[in-house]
Design a protein around this ligand. Structure first.
Ligand code: FBP
Length: 700
């Protein structure tokens, strides 16, 4: 029966076509659910064993040795596949186990496949084994909120993005009480092992829990998750053990796909600068990958800005025989100048549009802002430690917070030993816009991390850019270049001789393809003066319409569209790379558990190379820990990896900066990565960053 538009809606809703096209389950979803990721060589065998190796060395922190005595001597474990095994391994491998798994921190595409890999391996080894998923992150462990994962549940999430199956949370199991409650949960569920899928802080937490539960025999294994790509593990000799956390590739590809569309839009509509803030917390790995994927006109890399040296300032100081310490590191003002420089250069060749990529954590690399972040982290943490109420409940409004800071500045005047917040800090802080003050004072997460995703970084930077562009416009330095042919045609059509007016209007009439109006001509009034002086139009005569048209075209208006790429990419369905990577990580977790490991992080070596060379391993977490300032205190943590400005990936981006800025006549140099596709051969296999960095190591 064909559906008619006057049919009752209930009847229409039951129509087979309406049912089919509006069903939650579509062919793409089915394809994903039924896709079976390839297995690393070792996992194609019935059993696996661990082979400890001394090939990889670590520089052990004494504090890590003191706090993690049972784990500090852990070694890298290589996983080997076995067709047959000695009876003791057969028994151990096939033992019935209860395993708990939790997601911790922000979602990252591929998490469900970690569960699927673990589930499949555990059930294959013993169908009576049980896998429990803790709900809404580590709170689920503390409060014993868990569900037993069934085949149907796991199957319905295979190869799908998000952490929807069991959700996630950011609680840290850091107090004695939380640890005791977690131990109690493990006891009640009779857990043999606990798997923590998380970032650097969560893997740090995994190591501490492994130590705490060492005597009770509950094994704890970490899994490197985060779209930020800042868990990269190397040994003391720079051998790569984990090239990239899972989720990074998908998020970068998702961001790149959207940003590439903006490159297309911007170079079609030729009127906007698209300002794209991309996630990544502190490190700029995602921005770097997006640059390689899209060739956006400008990409800021925080780590590069921190490295900046103002050679002019340094030279001037050298001449006076002094050292100018302000020459090191980039200031916000200088950064805005660098961006303006690119905008002005493109405008000069007629391109008053483009795409700028800004990592969300870029301000962490701007010295003046970093100082504020560190000081405020400490102030908030100290307040929370010494008062019943936490800082943000005690000082709800911005004015209350500023008032508290003012009192601290006052204290510094009365007590010389108090240096945390002085009058200069307070004055400088009061000079910045209120929305940014609010951002810098925002609540830190349970690990003490600054909430970069919530700060309007782009607004801070672009505010300065707009101000400086206005100055450049006033000075006549920011102009839109007019194509010579267009100019000649426009004047010719109105019966004017372009060669008579050209030298009067433009500073580069003879030599250039794009003509730049003279800096002194910035208004109709100054235009008239120039024409009058050259005897072409008298002051009381009308300016010919064709000339006024050319003049108006040369005056830029700087229009921006602001975008934030973060949560969308985090929730994307995983690329094939992330599907395969995470499924094998899940398998790795089971091998580590079945072979008695604890305090290890599951990883895959050779991710940057062909799949046939991927090697599942266990990395000891304890020897990777070092002391870092967190919440104002030195704390043992896993080191975050930031962009290495000596890496090949960064150097390629650096070397292409001018090319991608494309401040020359002609087309832009954009690259179209396309959307993430699950089937076909079109999708790139792995992050470009990884491929380039691996190339550099191959040539060592
Ligand atoms: P994880 O490090 O926990 O994986 O989180 C990554 C991230 O997406 C960052 O890129 C971002 O700064 C942050 O989470 C956002 O946090 P929230 O989810 O609390 O808004």
């Amino acid at each position: 029966m064909p559906a008619k538009k006057d049919m009752p809606i209930e009847v229409i809703l039951n129509h087979p076509t309406v049912q089919q096209v509006t069903a939650n389950i579509n062919p793409e979803l089915q394809e994903r659910r039924t896709y079976v990721p390839s297995l690393c060589h070792a996992f194609r065998k019935k059993y696996t064993a661990l082979k400890e190796t001394d090939r990889f060395k670590f520089t052990v922190d004494q504090e890590a040795k003191r706090q993690l005595p049972n784990l500090i001597d852990n070694k890298v474990q290589m996983i080997e596949g076995l067709d047959t095994a000695v009876e003791s391994l057969v028994q151990q491998y096939g033992r019935k186990r209860n395993i708990g798994i939790v997601f911790s921190g922000g979602p990252a595409p591929g998490g469900h496949n970690v569960i699927a890999g673990l589930y499949d391996a555990a059930k294959q080894a013993n169908p009576d084994s049980k896998i429990f998923g803790f709900l809404i992150g580590p709170d689920g462990i503390i409060e014993n909120e868990a569900i037993e994962l069934t085949a149907d549940l796991v199957d319905s999430y295979r190869n799908l993005g998000g952490f929807t199956m069991i959700k996630t949370g950011r609680t840290k199991i850091d107090s004695k009480t939380k640890i005791e409650l977690s131990k109690e949960t493990c006891k009640q569920l009779k857990l043999d092992a606990l798997v923590i899928v998380g970032g650097d802080d969560s893997n740090t937490n995994a190591a501490f829990l492994a130590q705490e539960m060492y005597n009770s025999g509950v094994q704890v294994i970490g899994v490197p998750k985060t779209i930020d790509g800042d868990i990269q593990v190397r040994d003391a000799d720079s051998n790569v053990l984990c090239a990239m956390s899972f989720g990074f590739h998908t998020a970068a590809r998702a961001f790149a796909s959207s940003i590439s569309n903006l490159c297309t839009d911007s170079s079609s509509d030729v009127k906007y600068w698209h300002i794209c803030k991309v996630m990544g917390r502190v490190a700029s790995h995602l921005a770097l990958e997006v640059a390689l994927q899209t060739h956006a006109n400008m990409t800021l890399i925080g780590e590069d800005l921190a490295n900046y040296v103002d050679l002019n300032r340094l030279g001037n100081a050298e001449q006076d025989g002094s050292v100018d310490y302000h020459a090191y590191g980039m200031t916000l003002r200088h950064l805005s100048r660098v961006i303006c420089d690119g905008i002005v250069k493109r405008a000069a060749v007629g391109k008053n549009y483009g795409v700028i990529v800004i990592p969300e954590g870029v301000l962490e690399f701007i010295n003046e802002i970093q100082v504020f972040i560190i000081k405020l982290n400490t102030i908030i943490a100290e307040y929370n430690q010494t008062h019943d109420k936490d800082f943000h409940s005690a000082f709800v409004r911005l004015e209350d917070k500023l008032d508290y800071l003012r009192r601290l500045a006052q204290r510094s005047r009365e007590d010389e030993s108090f240096k945390l917040w002085n009058t200069r800090d307070d004055d400088l802080f009061n000079d910045i816009p209120a929305f940014f003050q609010e951002g810098l004072l925002m609540e830190r997460d349970s690990h003490g991390n600054f909430p970069f995703s919530q700060v309007e970084t782009e607004k801070v930077i672009m505010g300065l850019v707009k101000d400086y562009l206005d100055i450049l416009k006033e000075e006549g330095a920011y102009k839109i270049g007019i194509h010579k042919d267009y100019y000649r045609k426009t004047l010719g059509k109105s019966g004017f001789d372009p060669d008579r007016y050209g030298p009067v209007l433009f500073k580069n009439y003879k030599e250039a393809e794009y003509l730049l109006m003279k800096p002194s001509i910035i208004s109709v009034k100054t235009l008239r003066q120039a024409l009058d002086k050259a005897g072409l139009v008298a002051m009381d005569e009308d300016i010919p319409a064709a000339i006024e048209k050319i003049f108006k075209k040369s005056i830029p208006s700087f229009k921006t569209q602001i975008h934030f790429y973060g949560y969308d990419g985090r929730g994307n369905d995983p690329t094939r790379f992330d599907c395969i990577y995470t499924y094998n990580l899940g398998r790795t977790v089971f091998s580590l558990i079945a072979n008695g490991a604890t305090g290890q992080m599951a990883a895959i070596r050779n991710l940057e190379k062909d799949f046939s060379t991927w090697e599942p391993i266990g990395i000891p977490i304890a020897p990777l820990m070092h002391l870092e300032e967190r919440k104002g205190k030195l704390t043992l943590v896993l080191e975050k990896s930031i962009v290495d400005v000596n890496s090949l990936a960064f150097k390629v981006v650096q070397a292409n900066r001018d090319k991608w800025l494309a401040a020359i006549p002609g087309e832009d140099n954009f690259r179209r990565p396309g959307p993430i596709r699950f089937s076909g051969k079109s999708e790139e296999e792995r992050p470009i960053t990884l491929e380039l960095n691996a190339l550099a190591r191959a040539d060592d």
